[in-house]
Design a protein around this ligand. Structure first.
Ligand code: SF4
Length: 447
């Protein structure tokens, strides 16, 4: 068994992920990739070659990960692996897989002989009953376990990946018992990210109250086995002594960057106060919309370094496309009108409004100094937001201060006001570099 020491940390920002294909022989009920199948194709081999060649001439990535769908189904996988291996540019070649085909020892050995030295195997339940229900494929658990047992004989790095949903939350700790005999380098646990079912109509999102005790016990057992543990998309402060397991980093993805554009956005009410807010994402918007901010449980760790306010673009002096200076003195009336009455309704102050080509930012301040930025961006992006109006994605950020109720009231009132008033006359541009009147769709209707 080779040593795994130091294997991950030096390269975690030097990883490249290549999505070969989105087809799969399982049909996991939560599958974010399955949702993505409606949008995306795999990477053409020629484009992959270009990425590898670029990396050979200007080294940047040390690991390449092949993923899908289920990549082991794709006959071209061996061509991709061979090209990566022969380039000599990567220290590690990883496969992300459900592991079912690895139950065939000859096939598993072929993959290893081809040059794959790391296997990231999905395991979503501790037993056939759970896993086969989730994958909707009878026998998939037994196949994956046989695959893992085969890998254990091949002196490769083995990791497991578990998506945290209501379907496995109650049996999570048993997962460690199931794989406890394996020489795992790491177990990863990713909180479910809806990519289409943002309202969680399928009921797959466990509440933090359901999840956290189970997850902490799971981590405790995994650590006792000396497995590395990584948790993604869960508030760091809720994990207490296991907060060290949070790692929300994701590798660069070849070609289908848009795949990540439909990931839900995250927010935390304590962003500006918390020491962890650069590494912790907080809760995702589908969770917040369904269960709330968990503001009474989430606990910021006081910052030891000053909070750096987000930098917005260069402000546009006026929303009057004629460039009339008189208009500039009064700000941006059409944009201001979108939130008319919000300050009065919430007994707060609209301190500043900043309009650049890509954002319209309203900063509200409470009487005790608490503040929040309500941010509008172009709706043309597929990126998820807290809410959407005719033309805009609506977000909030740069939350500061203790007036939680007031801040939440501002956010709600601003969302309601913008969605009600935005009739499509105004727009923002998500492209970089577009200037001036082009930022407006129908300038004559402004004011
Ligand atoms: S307070 Fe917010 S940013 Fe800080 S650890 Fe908790 S969820 Fe993360």
């Amino acid at each position: 068994m080779q040593s795994q020491k130091g294997r991950f940390e030096p390269t975690r920002f030097e990883d490249l992920t290549v999505t070969i294909d989105f087809r799969c022989h399982s049909a996991c009920r939560f599958c974010i990739v399955q949702e993505g199948m409606n949008y995306f194709k795999g990477v053409p081999f020629e484009r992959f070659k270009q990425a590898v060649d670029d990396n050979t001439s200007a080294p940047r990535y040390k690991r390449v990960t092949f993923t899908g769908g289920e990549v082991t189904l794709d006959k071209s996988l061996f061509d991709f692996v061979a090209y990566a291996r022969e380039s000599g540019g990567f220290d590690h070649i990883r496969l992300q897989t459900a592991g079912r085909l690895l139950a065939d020892m000859d096939f598993a050995r072929r993959l290893v002989d081809a040059g794959i030295d790391e296997f990231f195997v999905s395991l979503h339940g501790p037993d056939a009953q759970t896993q086969d229900y989730i994958s909707q494929r009878k026998g998939s658990f037994d196949e994956a376990m046989q695959g893992l047992n085969n890998l254990a004989k091949l002196d490769v790095c083995i990791m497991t990946n578990t998506v945290l949903t209501t379907m496995n939350v109650d049996v999570l700790p048993q997962l460690v018992d199931t794989v406890g005999h394996l020489p795992l380098a790491r177990m990863e646990f990713w909180y479910y990210l809806p990519m289409e079912d943002y309202a969680d109509n399928l009921g797959l999102l466990p509440t933090m109250k359901q999840l956290i005790p189970q997850l902490k016990e799971t981590i405790r057992r995994a650590k006792a086995k000396d497995f590395g543990v990584v948790v993604k998309y869960v508030p760091q402060c809720l994990l207490g002594e296991h907060g060290d397991t949070i790692d929300n980093a994701q590798p660069d993805v070849v070609i289908v960057e848009d795949f990540y554009e439909v990931y839900p956005e995250f927010a935390c009410l304590y962003e500006a106060k918390c020491e962890h807010s650069e590494s912790c994402l907080g809760l995702h918007n589908p969770y917040i919309e369904k269960f709330g901010w968990e503001e009474d449980w989430i606990t910021p760790i006081p910052r030891t370094t000053p909070w750096r306010e987000p930098e917005y673009g260069k402000a546009i002096p006026t929303d009057n496309p004629t460039g009339d200076d008189q208009e500039a003195a009064t700000g941006h009336p059409a944009w201001r009108a979108l939130v008319d009455g919000v300050a009065e309704k919430t007994e707060t102050q609209l301190e500043t409004m900043l309009l650049d080509r890509r954002n319209c930012v309203y900063r509200y301040v409470c009487s005790d100094g608490s503040s929040v930025d309500i941010v509008l961006t172009a709706r043309t992006s597929e990126r998820r937001a807290l809410a959407r109006s005719h033309s805009f994605n609506i977000h909030y950020r740069n939350v500061s201060g203790d007036s939680k109720d007031k801040l939440q009231a501002i956010i709600r009132a601003a969302v309601e006001s913008v969605t009600r008033r935005d009739n499509g006359a105004l727009m923002l541009d998500e492209r970089k570099g577009l200037v001036g009147p082009d930022a407006f769709r129908r300038p004559k209707q402004l004011g």
